[in-house]
Design a protein around this ligand. Structure first.
Ligand SMILES: C[S@@+](CC[C@H](N)C(=O)[O-])C[C@H]1O[C@@H](n2cnc3c(N)ncnc32)[C@H](O)[C@@H]1O
Length: 262
């Protein structure tokens, strides 16, 4: 017969396993619902972001039809999700001036150029590989954020290069902290902040973005993913949200701010 000590150990083990499974199931459910819900920036739905997303009886309407390169389950350097790329493309449909911090592969610039009106102007700035050592690191910048920024600074040719919409894109190379945004003040209908995710860069790029966007226009930030993934974005945006009405767009890592009309 099995000793009582063994039986007790088996019983405790089984209870522990059951408790662990219960906790994992609960965590998965919470993650699915957008956990942790205590992230400080309040959420908005897509129609709240822009009425163009107001659904019809079948879901998104033909007003949100765009030309699109998806990614499915493929890895894309620095890339947006398919949902985010669709949102960004739809917003380009009625925009004539768009500005991006962080070009990377140039996928967003290309989607903007492809979907924006014929006279649209797309300005995008990125760090070229040989400019990696010009970055101005500040205390508080997370080493992982800085490493990603460095690794993603690998492109000088882009998805839009050589296409029939390339003429719409104005490519700038350089460190965004040293970029003079003065010529672009009140320029853009949409600004996408997706450059270095190091906190001091998100702070600097955000301040410039809020000057570049025109009254009534939108600033969108990428990669608001909580405290353990992109810590620089999370920290900088939570701080900014104390003074500005930032909103986290449902089903995405996008955060949005609409500049009030003057
Ligand atoms: C996340 S990727 C951008 C992805 C792109 N927006 C897209 O939608 O496909 C980040 C980009 O920021 C650029 N970057 C990193 N540090 C930068 C800096 N200090 N100044 C300007 N661009 C920077 C990188 O070169 C990289 O192209």
């Amino acid at each position: 017969m099995m000793p009582a000590g063994w039986i007790l150990a088996l019983l405790v083990g089984a209870l522990w396993m059951r408790e662990r499974t219960r906790r994992e199931r609960m965590r998965a459910q919470l993650l699915h619902r957008g956990w942790p819900t205590e992230w400080p920036i309040p959420r908005i739905t897509l129609p709240e972001l822009d009425p163009i997303f107001t659904p019809g009886p079948f879901g998104p309407t033909h007003d949100t039809e765009v030309r699109f390169i998806g990614r499915g389950s493929m890895d894309v350097p620095g890339g947006t999700s398919d949902a985010e790329a669709w949102i960004l493309s739809v917003l380009a449909l009625r925009a004539t001036a768009l500005f991006e911090f962080g070009t990377c592969t140039g996928k967003t610039s290309y989607l903007w150029a492809r979907n924006a009106p014929a006279d649209a102007r797309i300005v995008t700035i990125t760090l070229a590989p040989e400019q990696r050592d010009t970055v101005q690191v500040a205390s508080g910048d997370d080493r992982r954020d800085l490493r990603f920024a460095r690794n993603e600074s690998a492109f000088t040719e882009f998805v839009y290069s050589g296409t029939d919409v390339a003429h719409k894109v104005e490519q700038h190379f350089g460190d965004s902290k040293q970029f003079d945004e003065t010529p672009f003040v009140d320029f853009a209908d949409v600004v996408f902040v997706d450059g270095s995710h190091a906190q001091s860069y998100v702070v600097s790029d955000s301040a410039k973005a809020m000057r570049i966007v025109k009254p009534g226009g939108l600033v969108l930030w990428h990669d608001y993913r909580g405290p353990s993934l992109t810590v620089g974005v999370y920290t900088a945006l939570n701080e900014l949200a104390r003074t500005h009405a930032l909103r986290h767009v449902d089903g995405s890592s996008l955060v949005a701010w609409r500049r009030p009309l003057a």
